[in-house]
Every structure is written in structure tokens, then in C-alpha cells.
Design a protein around this ligand. Structure first.
Ligand code: SF4
Length: 424
């Protein structure tokens, strides 16, 4: 049987697609690149934003024109089951928590028209067959869900409460990835710094073991919330500082510069907490790359609240700001609040995106002239690499044989999104 699979969403979703491909091929089936030639079509969905959901719903209706059996999985199935079932009554539905049984669902579809595998099962998505998107990069999920209850978040509705995967399985997954030739390990979670809170472990204990694994590889620490980092701030800075394996990179969403809005979002930290983490890291590791996220237009956001977000970005100068317009997601508390005027939100989003891009470019300009080692990680339009600060470096004169290798580079130009380097 021929299977076509298409995925949307975050690193954890991409990892799910790699695992589903691995399980499908291991069960003797074939993955095809074109839905026309498939017997079964799988679409792995994302529920974070309305725009993403609309795009996916439209895509599924397009794929249905192939008149093939369709399996819908991913966060939309768990966060918005009723709607998906209503829109696509003939589709098979598989919870994001049950993707490790995808090959069994396909088997059943040989005899049945549709199958449903719904409801949570705590299964570590590790040490399973997988087909990597990129042989250089291993995305290693360390937990599912979180212990937050942010009022705007539909991921919570899909992923639920925190389930930390066992340390020994995470370490085994990384060892296997390194043996298979991976050079970059992306540790991913809904909240990296919440890891282990449900199993008497913590992210520090895990990181200490990861960096002891033999081999030449870099570790990218995933996105996390500062309320769970602050209890270990000193130790975390130490391990980042002292381990050459850990990219000097920190992705800590702030979401708003207004404490009033942060508390309405039920984010368990203040603006001051977030700034403390950023400034402590910058003091000890000046080349640290800071990524953050801002939501614009959360219900109740006044001009003053927005100015607080705008001024926070101007003051702290993060290296990348993922600016999102507030998206009222069904089933969330924030969706029941009075929504702001769309034009105002559009205007504010444009304003904060402009200042963010300007700051990112200014930060990147400081790297022009830098010379050093770069790991060539992927081929986009051109080859791209990362240096110790996880700076994205476009490498026009690198070639296929450099993929997965560390090369010497000189930075010759800067962009808002990264740097341009010359192989020397
Ligand atoms: S921490 Fe908050 S935003 Fe992040 S996944 Fe959990 S509920 Fe959603």
C-alpha cells in the first residue's frame, strides 16, 4: 500500500511525522510524495492559530478530491474533535497522543472505511523507527503537554497535562541519533523548563547527562517558560556557559510587556522575571542569542499595554521576535472575552514587527567580520549553517559535501533573519 503524509506545526509535530513515516515503512508499506499515487492520505494538523486551522481545513478538502481514504491526526483532532468530525465525517481520526499506532490504523483500513483512535495514552515518542526530514538534525521530544493553563492556548487543549518522557529513553534516542550521523540535537517540548516536574527529575539533570554523551554534536535547548527556569537560573547559566555542546541560544516567550496582560493570560511570570533571566544570561554569556514571542491584541490590551510590549522589545533588543496577532481559539477562556478591533490589532502588529526586524538587523550587524566554526545543517535555497550562538548563517559558497561538517567561515553581511558567511 502507498501512503502519502503531510504535516503542519511545531518541532514536536515534525517529529511525529518522522515517527509515523518510520512506522509505516517498517510495517512494509511505501511512502509516496504525491497524494495522487497514494492509497491512504495522512494529514498531521496544528491547532495554534485560526489562520493555520483555516489553511489546513481547506487543504484537507482539497486532498479529499483524490477520493482516497484520509487519516487526520495532530492537535486539531484533540483540540477541536467535534468540528473536525463534522467537517470530515468520512475521515479516520487519530489523536496526537496515538500516532505511535498509525500502522495499526492503516492495517484496519484495509477492511474498514474509517477508524477512530481518540483519547490520551501516555506513550513516550522515543526509540521508535523514524525517517528524518534532515539526516543532520535530530528532533528529540522530551515531554508532551505542560503544567501551564494559559488562557489563550489551544495547544493545552490538545496536549494536556505534563507527561515527561523517561530520561533513559531520551538519552538512548540521542545516542541512536548520533550513531546515525546527526550533528544537531533539538530538544523540544511545549515547555522545556517544565521537564521532569512530574517524575522527580528536572531539565538540568537531563542536560547534564545529555552533554556527557560521547560524540561531536550540538544541543539546541527548546522553547520554555521563565517561571520554570528561574528556580535554576544560576545553574542553567553555568551549564550553558561551560558546555561547548550547548548552543548559546535561549528561546523564552514573553508574550506581553504588560504585567496586567500577563496575568490575564495566566502566564506565571512577570515582565521583571523575564528581563532578569535575559540580563543575567547576557551578563554571563554576551553572545547568547535570545528568541522571544509577543502576542498582540490580547483581549483588554490598551494602548498603554501595547506600548509596554513595544518598549520592552526596544529596551531588551532580542535577536528574534515571533510576533503573533491574538487568535481567539475555540474552547479557550480568552475566546470568551471581548475581542479587540481587528484594525487596531493589525496596526499594532505592523508597528511591533517593524521595530523587531530593525533591532534584529542591528544585532546581526555586530557579527559582520566574525570568523569561526560553523556546522552546516541544511540546504534551503542555499546551504545554511549555525555557529556556537545558533546564528543562522547563509553560506552561498558551501557545497553538498559540507553538509553535516564543521567549516571555517567569515561573516560578510547581515540580514534581519540571520547572517551571510563565506567559507574560508
Ligand atoms: S505553557 Fe501555556 S502556552 Fe505553553 S503549551 Fe502550556 S498552556 Fe500553552
Amino acid at each position: 500500500m502507498k501512503i502519502y503524509i503531510e504535516g503542519y506545526g511545531c518541532a514536536a509535530q515534525q517529529s511525529d511525522v518522522e515517527i509515523m513515516k518510520g512506522l509505516i515503512v517498517k510495517s512494509g508499506l511505501e511512502i509516496v510524495k504525491n497524494p495522487k499515487y497514494a492509497d491512504i492520505i495522512i494529514i498531521s494538523t496544528c491547532s495554534v492559530k485560526n489562520t493555520t486551522e483555516q489553511k489546513i481545513l481547506y487543504r484537507i478538502s482539497e486532498l479529499q478530491k483524490n477520493k482516497k481514504k484520509i487519516i487526520i491526526t495532530g492537535c486539531l483532532v484533540d483540540a477541536n474533535y467535534k468540528k473536525i468530525k463534522e467537517y470530515f465525517p468520512d475521515a479516520s481520526l487519530v489523536s496526537t497522543h496515538r500516532i505511535t499506532e498509525i500502522h495499526k490504523v492503516i492495517k484496519k483500513l484495509e477492511k474498514e472505511n474509517k477508524v477512530e483512535l481518540i483519547g490520551r495514552k501516555n506513550i513516550p515518542k522515543l526509540c521508535l523507527p523514524r525517517i528524518r526530514e534532515n539526516p543532520v538534525i535530530a528532533t528529540v521530544q522530551i515531554s508532551e503537554g505542560c503544567e501551564g493553563y494559559c488562557t489563550y492556548c489551544s495547544t493545552k487543549l490538545a496536549k494536556g497535562k505534563l507527561f515527561s518522557f523517561p530520561e533513559n529513553m531520551i538519552l538512548k534516542e540521542i545516542e541512536n541519533a548520533i550513531k546515525s550521523g546527526c550533528k544537531e540535537i533539538r530538544l523540544t517540548a511545549q515547555d522545556f523548563f517544565a521537564y521532569g516536574k512530574d517524575i522527580e527529575s528536572n531539565y538540568l539533570s537531563l542536560l547534564e547527562k545529555v552533554i556527557k554523551i560521547k560524540g561531536n554534536f550540538f544541543v539546541r535547548v527548546g522553547m520554555g517558560n521563565v517561571n520554570n527556569l528561574i528556580p535554576y537560573l544560576k545553574e542553567t547559566i553555568e551549564i550553558f556557559k561551560n558546555s561547548e555542546k550547548i548552543y548559546k541560544f535561549l528561546h523564552i516567550p514573553v508574550q506581553s510587556g504588560s504585567n496586567k496582560i500577563l496575568s490575564a493570560m495566566r502566564r506565571k511570570y512577570t515582565v521583571e522575571d523575564w528581563k532578569k533571566v535575559v540580563y543575567e544570561f547576557k551578563k554571563e554569556i554576551p553572545e547568547i542569542t535570545i528568541w522571544t514571542d509577543i502576542i498582540v491584541g490580547f483581549p483588554g490590551e490598551t494602548e498603554e499595554d501595547f506600548d509596554a510590549s513595544y518598549n520592552l522589545i526596544k529596551e531588551v533588543k532580542p535577536d528574534y521576535v515571533n510576533v503573533s496577532r491574538f487568535s481567539s481559539r475555540p474552547g479557550t477562556e480568552a475566546s470568551k472575552l471581548k475581542q479587540l478591533n481587528t484594525e487596531i490589532v493589525k496596526e499594532r502588529t505592523k508597528k511591533i514587527s517593524e521595530i523587531s526586524r530593525k533591532i534584529c538587523l542591528e544585532n546581526n550587524k555586530k557579527w559582520v567580520g566574525w570568523e569561526g566554526e560553523v556546522l552546516v545543517t541544511e540546504k534551503l535555497k542555499t546551504f545554511v549553517g549555525r555557529n556556537f550562538s545558533y546564528k543562522q548563517i547563509i553560506l552561498p559558497n558551501a557545497s553538498k559535501k559540507d553538509l553535516g561538517k564543521i567549516i571555517k567561515v567569515k561573516i560578510i553581511d547581515s540580514l534581519p533573519s540571520g547572517l551571510v558567511g563565506e567559507k574560508i
